[in-house]
Unconditional design. Sequence first.
Length: 258
Amino acid sequence: MLKQTFVYPLVALTAAIASIPLSASDVRAAVMTFTDQAAWEMALSGNLFETESFDGDLSSFSANSSGNGVGRFLTVDLAGGIGDPGPTGFTGTGFFEGEVDSSSVSTGDGLALSFNTANPISGFGILGLQNDSEQNPSGLDLQDIGIEVNGERFIVSDILGLTNSRDGNEVPTTENMAPIPFIGFTSDVAITSFSFLHGDFVAPGGVNGTAQEFYIDGLVVASASASTSVPESTSVLGLLAMGIFGIGVWSQKESHTV
């Protein structure tokens, strides 16, 4: 089901396309994080907000596949997933099920997910992130889940103010007690994709867990105009695999959560 709301006044969307950087020398966008949906919408005043609620039939996407439809204006690419014990796709009950795994994508169960948008967007929000169980939504290891937006990487437990992966210490195991209502992002450079990756690729050596499965209740995106079509099957798997699991030196910038 697709839901739309407008917030005024109208402002222009920055027209630029982001890519996953491979080195610390790349220019990076200024990405802001939010845990308050009203504050996120205010920061994006003037944009059109559209929500994908994952009401599709049961589905399971293949390892290393790209262009998998997850609604009217989103597709998802899988980097890895060979030997993945859990499905990636719709649960058939209103959730998207995914997993992040820090193992090798070529010799192990390594997996990261990249969501692609039909048109450039200025922000997005994750609705109802929880453990991969409708009966028991708690128990999700939040430090295991990382999110990359326009070259900036974040750990969910950091965004929520529960951990600080930048202090040089091991990130403690931090579980959710209930579905997380909202985690939002904005960027001063237009967003065309965002990725879910394991927290160990955000804080190398600082996260103990190797894999984490999760449910998402929905995704909301903000853009200057309504999305009209799913993007072509242009894969970013090569860049994703290189940026996450391969070569290159990168540095983590300090995040700002509202």
